[in-house]
Write a protein that binds this ligand. Structure first.
Ligand SMILES: [Fe+2]
Ligand SMILES: [Fe+2]
Length: 270
């Protein structure tokens, strides 16, 4: 027996407090693609809402889930493109990463290639901000290095991790200045914390220092909307420098598979 179109399901009356907090945008009313014609709530993750008023609404969202027609979001969110069963790095680039970080990474890798740099540097540039693109921005160098460590040369992962600290500190001997964009982002008086200073000093003494420094030098801070770069321009570099697991990223049982799965299903309640 065919059911009437789910769009006929009247929108659930939300408590005014949730509407006032803008949290109706985190709730997907039953649409034609809805599972069992039920509403699905996205619980904002702690890292996104701690320190903001939205963190005060966990209880109200939990109460909503008590309605028989309401569940929390688990699995595919219809608002996102479906990922293939065995996702590759390319799939994350094209189906998950936002347009601005994606273009930032591609333009950085392009400049590194035009500068005639080693493929390890090009690969590190291509990956250096993937945590910002798909996971979490704070500590993105460390998250990014962990994400790729099982699949790239140790030097590439190291360079990605250390760019986090090195980008704050000029090295005039190789033409690296403090990024003008950071004055906009953080204000002219921003001082990196002591642990970042220590990390940068240690990285500077390391034998792979210049690999990471080159990531910061080729880091494109001003996004050029007119330069379009295709991920497939780098398929040769990726093929030689990224060991794509046959089971797909997220399903190979590696110590970081859960981090890739978090990007496949970023709205899972638990
Ligand atoms: Fe970065
Ligand atoms: Fe960057």
């Amino acid at each position: 027996m065919s059911q009437p179109p789910s769009t006929r399901v009247p929108p659930h009356e939300l408590p005014a407090s949730l509407r006032d907090a803008g949290l109706d945008h985190w709730i997907r009313e039953p649409l034609d693609d809805a599972v069992d014609r039920r509403r699905r709530i996205i619980m904002p993750p702690a890292v996104a809402v701690l320190g903001t008023p939205a963190s005060g609404y966990q209880g109200a969202l939990l109460a909503e889930a008590k309605h028989a027609d309401t569940v929390f979001m688990m699995g595919d969110n219809p608002a996102l493109p479906t990922m293939p069963e065995r996702p590759s790095l390319r799939d994350f680039y094209l189906l998950r990463f936002g347009p601005i970080p994606r273009m930032h990474l591609l333009q950085s890798a392009r400049v590194a290639r035009e500068n005639g740099l080693d493929e390890k540097v090009i690969m590190a540039c291509l990956l250096h901000d993937i945590a910002i693109a798909g996971l979490v921005p704070a500590n993105h160098g460390y998250w990014g290095a962990q994400l790729v460590a099982p699949y790239v040369d140790e030097e590439v992962a190291w360079a990605i991790e250390k760019h986090e600290a090195l980008r704050y500190f000029p090295d005039e001997s190789v033409g690296y200045r403090y990024p003008a964009a950071y004055i906009d982002y953080f204000g002219p008086d921003y001082e990196p914390p002591a642990y970042i200073r220590r990390e940068a000093e240690a990285a500077r003494r390391h034998r792979w220092y210049m690999t990471s420094r080159l990531v910061t030098i080729n880091d494109i801070y001003s996004f050029d909307p007119n330069v379009l770069v295709d991920f497939d321009d780098f398929s040769d570099v990726v093929g030689r420098n990224f060991r794509q697991p046959a089971e797909g990223l997220g399903f190979d049982g590696s110590p970081v598979a859960h981090m890739w799965r978090t990007m496949i299903w970023p709205n899972n309640f638990l």
